[in-house]
Design a protein around this ligand. Sequence first.
Ligand SMILES: [Zn+2]
Ligand SMILES: [Zn+2]
Length: 339
Amino acid sequence: MSKVRPILALRLLPLLVLALVAVSAQAAKTLDIYFIDVEAGQSTLIVSPSGQSLLVDTGYAGNSGRDALRIVQAAKAAGVKRIDYLLTTHFHNDHVGGIDNLVSRIPVGTFLDHGRSVEEVDGKNGYPIPYEKVIATGQHTVIAPGDKIAVKGLDVTVLTSAGKHLEKRDANANPFCDGLKPEEGESGENPQSAGVIVEFGKFRFADPGDIIFNEELALECPNNQAGKIDLYLTAHHGTHLSPRSVYGLGPRVIVMNNGAKKGGLPAEWKLLRAMPGLEDLWQLHFSVEGSKETNSPDLMIANVEDVDEGKYLKVSAAADGSFTVYNSRNKYMKHYAAK
Ligand SMILES: [Zn+2]
Ligand SMILES: [Zn+2]
């Protein structure tokens, strides 16, 4: 028998190799979303199983190109050599600031935005000057709700743009709208944010940019136009209290793109944490404004100290709707099985 076994093992070797190749091919077939730490701005890298990429926002300018470097690092980790689509949600510094640092480091295919800034920037109306320069070098498209962003292997729909939102004919009545009314005095770029819904098979992710109260309300009430989602990126870094209608989205997991001293407000954290059906709330930073009771467990926070660690959260989703969240600081990983 002892002579047979090595021969048997040799015969099985090609099968074993094939099995390993199959397993790694399987493992590669996920939608990967990197929530890059740009210290309470936004930069979210979405990588399709096809290898195509959509980057939402580029973080801040300055800091010796810090945010662009972090984006390039995430792109490298994802095996992405080119940003196929770069969506700038709106023209605040924490979302568009890193643009020229980024384009000097990695090629970008198509630039997408909601249209010209409604706030004066760089002493004029319209696009910020660095943004105007980069879009002149490539493809540029202004997007509207309902438009598709043609990332191969994903279904990406524009959810909000220029103060308008998606209107689905089959949207469901939202039971969390009672008593909610629009607030006075909202203006500027935040309500203009271009947001997206990213779908891969049964998995749905919503990134609403920096929309604030009235835009969230309009999107979610009386009917929830976004539909049910699995993963939600907090609107506007958790810096304001969302209308309770956000409960209608019913995500299993929320990622909060707050900084140590911006966003992640205790009242917003409590409101979101109490969402029916929510399994976990992950944070990019421990919020120093809150206590241990109004922050998630350390395991689920990418940056726990008030220093520029630049740790990211990564979500890998499969077409069956299951997904895993990974914390790059402590390598903690949690799997959410398909429902
Ligand atoms: Zn912002
Ligand atoms: Zn903003």
